[in-house]
Design a protein. Structure first.
Length: 260
């Protein structure tokens, strides 16, 4: 997952609104979003290489998502970052406790940004940052640097989401529309993450298209104040829509909530 835009407790109807793109090599094996056979409380896509996921939600309202932190000069970690998401979704620990345990072993992973919510709270942690943060109400953007780093695509996505929130009705179509933005940043707006200006240009849009790598899926998640969940995923290859849209709607099982 390389772009996550989200509004937390910032809308009268929805406690959480998420619009996210996952960027990956096209050849990496991936399962579309669905209910996991070995963990039927989880709704998420799945990385078929290591078994984790980049974004998911559970029947009890737990939510988690991860992005890579772009740092080509640091050795790769031994463990898959996607497992940070799936293990939280399987857990009954509170978001804060879970992240405290993750922080103890953070060196075992390549650079990551991790969002976790147990419905009662939303937390952020990066093993390239300095501490675990509980997030207040607001609109946020996360790409391949720290939360709200003002990269051009992060700012564009946040601005688009804020404009949507002004309207009474938030629709998945409005969210998917801005996730499809292929506008590149100007050279003067590009970050310098150590990969060279040509690659920075290629990776600067919200939606990325190259012959071998790009946006594989777009996901929209809406959780309303009454516990209603709407989850939609669209998958792509080389910039073209691939397959049917995946849609799930359900009510959070509040009586099943258990955090430690």
């Amino acid at each position: 997952m390389c772009n996550i835009f989200f509004a937390y407790k910032n809308h009268p109807k929805y406690r959480l609104i998420v619009a996210a793109n996952r960027d990956e090599f096209y050849e990496r094996g991936t399962a579309h979003a669905g209910i996991w056979g070995d963990a039927p409380q989880i709704l998420a896509g799945r990385d078929l290489k290591n078994g984790g996921t980049w974004l998911g939600v559970t029947k009890t309202g737990r939510f988690a998502a991860v992005t890579n932190y772009r740092d080509p000069f640091t050795p790769s970690g031994e463990l898959s970052r996607g497992l940070l998401v799936s293990e939280f979704l399987k857990s009954t620990q509170s978001a804060e406790v879970y992240l405290k345990n993750v922080a103890l072993n953070a060196r075992n992973y390549s650079g990551f940004n991790l969002l976790v919510s147990d419905l009662n709270s939303l937390f952020y942690f990066s093993n390239r940052g300095d501490k675990i943060k509980e997030l207040d109400k607001g609109v946020y953007g996360l790409s391949n640097h720290l939360l709200n780093t003002p990269w051009r695509k992060v700012e564009r996505g946040k601005e688009a989401l804020k404009n949507i929130l002004i309207k009474d009705e938030v629709t998945k179509e409005n969210l998917f529309n801005f996730l499809a933005d292929q506008s590149p940043a100007k050279d003067s707006e590009l970050p310098d993450t150590g990969i060279g200006i040509e690659k920075e240009r290629i990776l600067s849009p919200i939606f990325i298209v190259t012959p071998i790598y790009g946006t594989r899926s777009s996901t929209v998640l809406l959780i309303d104040e009454d516990g209603g969940v709407e989850f939609s995923e669209r998958t792509f290859r080389n910039g073209f829509f691939e397959g049917e849209e995946v849609n799930y709607n359900f009510k959070i099982e509040f009586n099943a909530l258990e955090t430690k």
